[in-house]
Write a protein that binds this ligand. Structure first.
Ligand code: RIB
Length: 294
């Protein structure tokens, strides 16, 4: 089985602050650092550090050499990545003294995918191969439809949740991985059991992983409902914790672990990521995760 992650690249400009700035307020930040990130790249790095041979597809901008180098240094297959001579995706991320963040996203080249490029990427994949998606790139609906036609297994992290998600034919998704906010945006409920049941009714052929921040995570596929609590740590930066969770969960399942084992490994990986600053640099390796679990 080949694993393709079709996703975003961002340069994350991370500002450390006492608290997240509110409307009309001006505050000094104590630090500015730039990290490699983007939900797509973060998840590819997590997959690779969890032991998966992953192909990443996506478009970097004129400022994207460092993002490409990060892929190469992380063991990600870069043959399908393209570069355009315009500004790439970037973010403004505020991180407060409790490690909580808020993110402004600028799409740049992440929003410049064409149907021709998507066809060119997908011709390398077929029945039974696995496609991993988030919602920071354009033409998500076309990617889902095309991959489904080919018989690929499709996992979607509907983040950030917006109108583009509603435009997609989500009955073609085999696994949703989302947090409680996305769960509420999907279903209108903020009660985990209701979110899971509602997803089951609307998407009877899909399994769901629902992460609840400090309150753990659920897996539900209509037959088994599994809960995993958190590993308590002192968070310094929660950026990419969800991406780390997704990458390690997917990698574990692809490597034959049960959903229960996969949840445990993913939770531990995310708990390590939040103790480190930045997106890509915070993602642990499977060796670190296993050592800590033992
Ligand atoms: O999920 C974290 C990521 O979201 C960051 O790396 C940032 O780029 C945003 O896309």
């Amino acid at each position: 089985m080949k694993v393709l992650n079709f996703g975003s690249f961002n340069l994350d400009n991370v500002y450390t602050l006492d608290h997240i700035v509110t409307g009309g307020e001006t505050i000094q930040s104590s630090r500015l650092e730039t990290f490699c990130g983007g939900k797509g790249l973060n998840q590819s790095v997590a997959l690779s550090r969890a032991g998966i041979n992953v192909w990443h597809a996506g478009i970097i901008g004129q400022d994207g050499k460092i993002l490409l180098d990060t892929c190469k240094n992380s063991g990600i297959n870069t043959d399908l990545i393209r570069q355009l001579p315009v500004k790439g995706g970037h973010t403004v991320i505020q991180v407060d003294k409790n490690g909580q963040n808020s993110i402004i996203l600028y799409g740049g080249t992440n929003l410049m995918h064409t149907k021709e490029y998507i066809n060119e990427v997908l011709k390398n994949f077929g029945k039974g191969d696995c496609l991993i998606l988030q919602n920071e790139i354009n033409l998500l609906d076309y990617i889902i439809d095309s991959a489904y036609e080919k018989g690929m297994f499709i996992e979607l992290n509907p983040s950030p949740f917006n109108l583009q998600i509603r435009k997609c034919n989500l009955s073609k998704i085999h696994l949703f991985m989302m947090n409680e906010i996305e769960g509420q945006q999907f279903t209108g409920s903020n009660v985990p059991d209701e979110i899971l049941e509602n997803m089951r009714i609307n998407f009877p052929n899909a399994a769901v992983v629902l992460t609840l921040g400090n309150h753990g995570a659920y897996y539900y596929d209509g037959r088994q409902k599994i809960f995993q609590g958190i590993f308590k740590v002192n968070a310094v930066d929660t950026t990419a914790a969800g991406d780390t969770f997704t990458g390690f969960f997917m990698a574990s399942v692809i490597n034959g672990k049960t959903p229960e084992e996969a949840l445990r490994i993913a939770s531990k990986a995310a708990s390590i990521a939040v103790t480190r600053p930045g997106a890509v640099p915070s993602i642990p390796t499977i060796t670190e995760v296993i050592e800590e679990l033992e």
